[in-house]
Design a protein around this ligand. Structure first.
Ligand SMILES: CC(C)(COP(=O)(O)OP(=O)(O)OC[C@H]1O[C@@H](n2cnc3c(N)ncnc32)[C@H](O)[C@@H]1OP(=O)(O)O)[C@@H](O)C(=O)NCCC(=O)NCCS
Length: 181
């Protein structure tokens, strides 16, 4: 397992087919996927294709939707990271998704904070964007907690109506550098 970054309770590790079974169990759940992509659960083939893409992106650019694993017992919690996107111009998007069993414990905030610190630090990213469905109140809260600013609404990302967010190192919260701050 190749470590990308580590915080108190969790680690981001390089994407791998070893995580396929755990991720399939999570992303085949309609409730979990309600606010991800087009809002539909993914088949095993779709999950595998995305892991494949993440492996390639990680190898080529050092950016990807990495696997989030819990420190200590190695349980797969979900996926999160940063990916280059191009809708009207190149941007770096931060995102995360957790299996339903792991919601409500601050893991998304911790993973987003860790990803943010890794992006602005080791990866030298100057600006991050994020998008959520308007109804995804928990995710909007996570983004606000790690320092993102809401910038408006847009239909340009992924063909869905979304709230848009952005963040630069100047927006870092007071406890910058502390993942999960
Ligand atoms: C959205 C998601 C990432 C949140 O993960 P999580 O680990 O439960 O989030 P955290 O515990 O770090 O923080 C959630 C925050 O939202 C709040 N929250 C959760 N559900 C809420 C709701 N229905 N209404 C208002 N606030 C809510 C929590 O109280 C918490 O804020 P607080 O710390 O100020 O109390 C997780 O539910 C998930 O993976 N969902 C499915 C995939 C997804 O939607 N991904 C994001 C796509 S943009």
């Amino acid at each position: 397992m190749e470590l990308v970054a580590r915080s108190e309770r969790l680690s981001l590790v390089a994407p791998s087919m070893e995580h396929l079974d755990a991720l399939c169990a999570m992303w085949s759940d309609a409730e979990t996927m309600r606010y991800v992509g087009k809002g539909l659960a993914w088949t095993r083939e779709e999950v595998a294709a995305r892991i494949e893409r993440a492996m390639k992106s990680h190898a080529e650019r050092g950016m990807a939707f990495w696997t989030i694993v819990r420190n200590g017992d190695g349980v797969v919690l979900g996926q999160g990271g940063v990916v280059p996107i191009e809708f009207d111009g190149p941007e770096i998007e931060l995102g995360y998704r957790l299996g339903r069993a792991h919601w409500g414990r601050g893991y998304a905030t911790e993973a987003a904070g860790l990803t943010r610190d890794h992006a602005f630090g080791a990866l030298g990213v100057g600006r991050l964007v994020a998008v959520t469905y308007p109804e995804n109140v928990a995710s909007r809260r996570v983004l606000a907690k790690v320092g993102f600013r809401e910038t408006g609404e847009s239909d340009k990302y992924y063909g869905v109506h979304a709230i848009t967010f952005e963040m630069t190192p100047a927006d870092l919260p007071e406890r910058a550098g502390v993942a999960g701050a």
